[in-house]
Structure formats: C-alpha cells, structure tokens
Design a protein around this ligand. Structure first.
Ligand code: GDP
Length: 434
C-alpha cells in the first residue's frame, strides 16, 4: 500500500494538513479510545486510491525548541518508510535554517517530494510562496489551512506517483506480523517459536520488495511471517525513540492478516502501544495482544491476573473482544497458545456467514430492540448481508439509514459478536438505503 509522510519543522501546520487529509467518520471512536490527541496515522482516499498518511511531527507538535538532529531523524525515517513525502513550510515565516536542512536531506532522497507552502491565505502570500522554489525540490503547492484551498491540486499529483496496490491479494496462508515497541521481546518470541523446530519451508520474496515473507510450518500451522524493513531493524540508531517503532510497524500491519501486538508486562499498555493498536484497528486487521515478560511479574494470583486484564480492557475500550495472552519467551510460557490464538483470529476474520443465518438471527434481535423512531418516523431494517470484503463487514438495509445512531450500531455489533465468533477481529457495520 502507499504511505505518505508529512515532514517539516514544528508549527508550520503539519498536523492541520494531516487532519485535513485524514478526517474520518470514526472520529467519535477515536476520541473515545483517547488516540485523537496524538494521532500520527490516518487513512485517506483520493480519486479512488486509498493511502496512509503519517504525521512525523507527532510527538513534538507545538514545541519550537527542537534539535536539528531530531528533525533529521524524522526525515530519514520518513524517507525510509514512505512512498512519497510532503514537505511543509510556512509562507508567513519563509525559509529558516531548519527548513533548509530538511530540504538538504530531501534533495538526496530517492523518493518523490511535494513542497507545500502553507498559510497561503491571499494573493500576497501566493507571491511570497515563490521563495520555496529555492529548495530545488520542484513545484510548490500553495495551501491554506484556513480556507482549505489547494489540497485538491496536491492530491491530484500525489496519487500519480503511487504504486499499484498488490498487497491486498488473496493468500491462502495467514500472513502474520509481530509488532510492538523495541525491547518488548518480539525477536525473542520469533526465535523461541521457530528455534526449536526450525522448519522454514521457503524463503520467498513478497509481492513487493518492501516485504519479505517467510513461510513457516510450525505445530501443524502454516503461516507467513511478514518481515518488512521496519521490523528487520537494519537501522538500530533510531530505536531509542519509541515513536519511530510506531511508524515502522505501519507497513507490516498493512501487509498482514493478523497482527500480534506485544507489550511489556512490567510497563503495561502505554501510549505508543495504543497507537500501534489503533493502526491495526484502522486497517481492520486481526489482533492478538501478548503481555510478554510475564515471568517478571511476582503476583501470579488469579485475582491479580484478572485485575491486570480488566485494566487492559478498560484502556482498549471501546474496542472490546481482543484476545489477551500472558507470555514469557524466557520461561516459554503460552507461546504455543499465542500462535494457536493467532490462527483462531485468522479463521474468525475469514468467516463468511450465510445470509439466511444472519437474517434469522438479526431479525429476531431487531424485533425485540428496534432502532428508536425519530420525529415520529419508524426505522425499519429489512435485510442484512455480509459484504464480500477482506475483513468482515455487514450491510443493514433500511428505510432511513441517516437516522441510525452510533449507539445502535454498537448494539448490533455487540449482538453479532455474542452470536458469532469475531474475537480479535474488527467488524464494520453499514446502514444503507433500501
Ligand atoms: P524486540 O526489540 O521486541 O525484538 O525485543 P528482544 O526480543 O530483542 O528482547 C529485548 C530484551 O528483553 C532482551 O534482553 C530479552 O532477553 C528480554 N526478554 C524478551 N522476552 C522476555 C521475557 O519473556 N521475559 C523476560 N524476563 N525478558 C524477556
């Protein structure tokens, strides 16, 4: 898939542009899960082409005293991970030293760069924007965050450099990735499950050179372990900054069917972990949460386990139904269970529910608890069907879809989850006009 990174020094308007490009209907859910504030990842679509957007300024937003070395790292990571880069400058300020050092790195990059002059709110500003041709990075796109002008022109040209999407092709073998912050135990996990029984069938390249998948046959399970540049750790220098592990996991997540998200039991679920979880949800991939290094937790009483798990579920809300497994790669606890659960989630995500079964079940649910009528109008849901998408989604046909509220959507989702096994699988529900 195609990834766009937004780079630039602080306060030039990167996040405004990011928000404009990724405005999503699920903003409510994002707010509920507490990720809106430092959102650094979003998905967008233009002319029918879907793409991901990463705001590289995510964790230093609003701060002026940022070191050049920090900016340099952000830009280098962006160049490594993205297919194209949007370089934002502020027309009201002009070219600063920091801007120029970003431009210097970008001039050497072998990725398409789009220079954006932000805050071009009037004709005078448009004149000032010519200055940015001095970067030597080609055309300058004038944008105004205030009136929103210019985004269309930018996106028109942006989608032209996209590669064809090949990653969504069907695979009859589950594609799995192990994601998480540095040092939570991802490599140890992979070594532990593959070490004993090193049974790599083949070492084939993925469909693009971004991803090298290795085929495994372990404990009777066939699967592909997705290995992208970001996971391969060819570049250890950036690993000290946890934020980068979030960016680095994006492509792996997009290439996977199920993501094994690993966290450190001694640290609990932190902001970076939640950000990675959010990217998995956003991409509608299956997920299994591994709480690793469980050997370091002294209190192993059922009460404490329950308390720990309850806290996790609270933090993951409103995303419920995520399998949680407490593992240790050192004492080899529940590693097989983790793999087994991953396969289960894959099967849950693949299931296609017959239309008759779906209607028999849901018509009954709806009859007992119909959507509340609005302004004296009754909402009638007539028919339900599962859509032929990669991840489970359902369309409910009714007379007045615009009056269905989010809480009713969640009610239907919960009912579906109770009746069918969608553990670890994001599901989508659409109400459509019949
Ligand atoms: P990665 O960066 O996520 O791949 O993490 P590594 O697999 O390199 O592990 C980071 C550190 O955590 C190493 O020192 C491991 O020995 C240690 N580690 C990994 N898994 C466990 C575990 O289950 N328990 C304990 N106590 N340490 C672990």
């Amino acid at each position: 898939s195609n990834i766009i990174a937004i780079v630039g020094r602080p306060n030039v308007g990167k996040s405004t542009l990011f928000n404009r490009l990724t405005k999503s209907k699920s903003a409510i859910v994002e707010e509920m899960s507490g990720v809106t504030r430092d959102r650094i990842y979003g998905v967008s679509e233009w002319n029918g082409r879907a793409f991901s957007v990463i705001d590289t300024g995510g964790y230093v937003r609003g701060s002026d005293d940022i070191f050049e070395s920090e900016i340099r790292k952000q830009v280098e990571i962006a160049i490594e991970e993205a297919n194209a880069i949007i370089f934002v400058s502020d027309v009201t300020v002009g070219i600063t030293d920091l801007d120029e050092s970003v431009a210097a790195i970008l001039r050497k990059a072998k990725k398409p760069v789009f220079v954006v002059a932000n805050k071009v709110d009037n004709a005078t500003r448009a004149n000032d924007a010519f200055e940015f041709f001095n970067y030597g990075l080609g055309d300058v796109y004038n944008l105004s965050s205030i009136n929103g002008s210019g985004t269309g022109e930018l996106l028109d040209d942006l989608v032209k450099v996209f590669k064809d999407d090949v990653d969504e092709e069907e695979s009859d073998v589950p594609r799995i990735s192990i994601v998480g912050k540095p040092n939570v135990g991802k490599s140890s996990f992979i070594n532990a499950i593959t070490g004993e029984q090193r049974n790599i069938v083949t070492d084939i390249s993925g469909t693009t050179r971004d991803s090298i998948d290795t085929d495994f046959k372990l404990f009777g399970f066939d699967f592909k372990l997705v290995d992208t540049a970001g996971i391969r750790k060819k570049n250890k220098v950036h690993e000290d900054i946890e934020y980068y592990s979030v960016i680095r996991s994006v492509r792996s997540i997009e290439y996977s069917d199920v993501c094994v998200l690993m966290i450190d039991a001694t640290e609990g679920l932190q902001k970076q972990d939640l950000n990675i979880f959010y990217i998995i949800e956003k991409n509608k991939k299956g997920v299994v949460l591994l709480v690793n290094k469980w050997d370091l937790i002294e209190d192993k009483s059922p009460e404490y386990v329950k308390e720990y798990e309850d806290k996790l579920r609270e933090d993951l809300a409103p995303f419920n139904n995520v399998p949680i497994i407490f593992t240790s790669t050192i004492s080899k606890q529940r590693l097989h269970r983790a793999l087994e659960k991953t396969m289960e989630v894959y099967a849950n995500r693949m299931q296609k529910i017959p239309t008759s079964e779906l209607n028999n079940f849901l018509q009954d649910v709806i009859e007992r608890s119909p959507p509340p009528s609005v302004k004296g109008k009754f909402i009638k849901i007539k028919f339900v069907t599962q859509l032929p998408t990669h991840s489970p989604s359902f369309a409910l046909f009714c007379n007045l879809p615009q009056y269905i509220r989010d809480d009713y959507k969640r009610f239907i989702e919960n009912k579906l989850r109770q009746r069918f096994n969608f553990e670890g699988v994001p599901i989508r529900i659409f109400f459509r006009k019949k």
